[in-house]
Design a protein around this ligand. Structure first.
Ligand SMILES: [Zn+2]
Length: 447
């Protein structure tokens, strides 16, 4: 190892040690290491097996599930569990997992890679497998349009990688065009599928290859479905691993992959199903038997889980974590509310838009299909947080019965007014705001 790389390694480990001592995990050690040796990643000795996961949503959940399956099957895994997925974070975690000679001490490296920074990270080392789950409108002020994200992820893809792609997302599937050895996962037609796109916008309208109009046989949600371009013939590729069934009966939920591998789950939201499917496909790709993968995933409760059950006074409810600035994730949470036949109320909290960046952009509220809430009987609607008035205008224009709507600036005020409901309460908010409600309610075990 060259002296510069060695110095970077020592500094990174020292700063990381100090940060840990003070109870802080951050990507600062990697930042220092990159200042000393910008190509530090090229100096590391990585294990032969490596998997990276990128895309708009579900990276953390997919990585956590892949790590769980690998560990459960005897692999020693190094992965960025703190979720620091930009290049500084990746350097921090890889140097932290290596010895003083720069050798990463694990059987496999598993990496969550930020969709914008993957091109920088993969300049220096190429993961053997790259999983791409989806490309959505996400943090538009930072990421722009998904087509732009697609073009920069394209710069992170090299010939020696095996791609594991969501076949149902045309933007993602297009990475595999004319590329041999690509592994695809997707969902077969499911009971909740639609013949028409019901979103406020449609990112599957035009072919990502030739830009001419596309046709869908069915939509699972948004632009995810079975598509075909009538002009150039680009279509959903043949699926290697398929979600074939979802069941949610008598409080027992499960999904089936490839018609035979049943996995018990706490939640059959399609979103969650795709993350499980991505994890299943990645783990089988490296050679773990599908039966063992399914059994490892069965009943697994995500640490980074999107759902929490709670009690608030006499009210029972469920928190559905979504992502601010990401209308697709909100749309999926709304689907859960609409799909529940109980008497129910819903609370939407938008207080701090972003955890990391200052932004007061609320244009994404107009991309969410709140109109869908009219399809179901809702008892009460609580619009909460600093952006409660923006929400109130949006709900008014969605044509939602205003007699049902209550608007509160703080979560505490809202909580005080919904602790005695005779309906089930769904709370929809983002990671950035979740503690504001979780610190008030009493959490219950998921059942
Ligand atoms: Zn086309």
């Amino acid at each position: 190892m060259k002296i510069r790389a060695f110095t970077a390694l020592v500094v990174c480990k020292a700063v990381r040690g100090l940060a840990k001592l003070f109870g802080r995990g951050s990507s600062l050690p990697g930042k220092y290491a990159l200042k000393i040796c910008p190509d530090i990643l090229a100096h590391l000795e990585l294990p032969e097996l490596s998997i990276a996961v990128t895309g708009s949503n579900g990276k953390t959940s997919s990585v956590e599930m892949i790590a769980h399956v690998l560990q459960n099957n005897g692999y020693k895994v190094a992965y960025n569990k703190e979720g620091s997925n930009q290049i500084e974070g990746v350097v921090t975690f890889l140097l932290g997992a290596s010895n003083m000679k720069g050798k990463v001490l694990s059987d496999i490296v598993l990496l969550e890679a930020d969709e914008r920074y993957a091109r920088h990270t993969f300049k220096y080392f190429h993961p053997k497998y790259l999983v791409i789950n989806n490309l959505y409108r996400d943090q538009m002020t930072r990421n722009g349009h998904p087509e732009w994200i697609k073009s920069i992820i394209g710069q992170a893809i090299y010939d020696d990688m095996t791609l594991i792609l969501n076949a149902d997302d045309p933007l993602v599937a297009s990475f595999g065009k004319d590329r041999e050895g690509t592994i695809y996962f997707g969902a077969r037609i499911l009971p909740g599928d639609k013949l028409r796109n019901e979103g406020v916008y449609d990112d599957g309208k035009y072919c990502p290859i030739c830009k001419k109009p596309m046709k869908y046989e069915y939509y699972h949600y948004n632009h995810i479905g079975k598509f075909k371009c009538l002009h150039c013939g680009f279509s959903r590729p043949k699926i290697d691993h398929a979600l074939t069934e979802t069941k949610d009966e008598n409080g027992k939920a499960s999904i089936t992959i490839d018609d035979k591998y049943e996995i018990s789950v706490f939640f059959t939201g399609i979103y969650h199903c795709y993350n499980i499917l991505a994890a299943f496909t990645a783990a089988t790709a490296i050679g773990i038997e599908p039966e063992k993968v399914a059994s490892s995933l069965s009943g697994y409760v995500l640490k980074s889980g999107r759902i929490s059950d709670f009690t608030l006074g006499k009210t029972q409810g469920r928190l559905l974590l979504s992502k601010h600035e990401n209308s697709v994730s909100y749309d999926r949470s709304i689907d859960v509310v609409v799909g529940d036949s109980r008497k129910k109320s819903v609370m939407i909290i938008v207080d701090a838009i972003s955890r990391k960046y200052y932004t007061s952009d609320s244009s994404w509220l107009w991309d969410i299909n709140f109109e869908k809430l009219k399809e179901t009987e809702i008892d009460k609607i609580f619009l909460v947080g600093q952006y409660c008035d923006d929400l109130a205008v949006r709900f008014d224009l969605a044509g939602i019965d205003q007699d049902k709507v209550q608007v509160y600036e703080t979560v505490q005020e809202a909580a005080d007014n919904c602790n005695n409901l005779d309906s089930y309460l769904y709370v929809i908010t983002c990671f950035s705001d979740k503690e504001k409600i979780l610190s008030i309610v009493t959490r219950r075990e998921l059942t």
